[in-house]
Design a protein around this ligand. Structure first.
Ligand code: 5GP
Length: 192
């Protein structure tokens, strides 16, 4: 998506350790006009599949998921990073290793909000090694819902997540795929 690629080039900040900071429009301050176009594009790309809910993970996936959900006209459920244990069996749970924080979170979704009748589109802001998406897919599988696809704002194509998920037969569509980025020169190469 050219609009997003141009914005990444203009305002993205490449940090050491393969981290792209996009705090000025996606991860801290949010450019609603841009996200609106991104949400519209996700709907266009996934217009051929039935979706009853969008699933994301807090915190940074919520904004893009919520805006996309307006076009799909479905609710958004966000998985919560939790410290409480699933004592009464009322939640689906899994563990996710955070790429940016390098720690493992317990992640939960209430059984009230995901069921075997649901057809789920997973949406997230970034795809790197794919741990976040793997965890969300675990929750979907636990619930018996059907995974319809994964919509990502920015995929770092030089990390393994996208390749691995597609290799497993998961439909992954990313609005921008970065094939290379250099924190010293600032150069970014997008996949055509
Ligand atoms: P993964 O689980 O695919 O390794 O990483 C995806 C998650 O880590 C996303 O939910 C996102 O919040 C965060 N993330 C991964 N790479 C980056 C990055 O380069 N920049 C930012 N801002 N977040 C990232």
């Amino acid at each position: 998506m050219k609009l997003l690629e141009d914005r990444i080039r203009k305002d993205g900040n490449i940090k050491a350790g393969n981290v792209l900071k996009v705090d000025s429009f996606l991860n801290h301050q949010i450019d609603i006009k841009l996200l609106n176009e991104m949400g519209k594009e996700l709907k266009r790309v996934f217009s051929d599949v039935e979706v009853t809910k969008i699933l994301t993970i807090e915190a940074s996936g919520i904004a893009i998921a919520a805006i996309a959900a307006q076009y799909f006209e479905v609710p958004v459920v966000f998985a919560k990073k939790s410290v409480s244990i699933n004592i009464d069996g009322s939640v689906y749970s899994t563990k996710i290793e955070s790429f940016t924080h390098k720690r493992i979170y317990d992640v939960i979704v209430s059984k009230k909000y995901l069921s075997a009748e649901d057809k789920i589109l997973v949406v997230d802001d970034f795809l790197a090694n794919g741990c976040a998406v793997d965890g969300l897919i675990d929750l979907i599988e636990e619930s018996g819902a059907q995974l319809q696809g994964v919509g990502i704002a920015i995929e770092k194509g030089f990390q393994e997540g996208g390749k691995r998920l597609r290799g497993r037969g998961v439909r992954v569509e990313s609005l921008a795929i970065i094939d290379a980025m250099n924190d010293e020169t600032g150069e970014i190469v997008f996949r055509q």
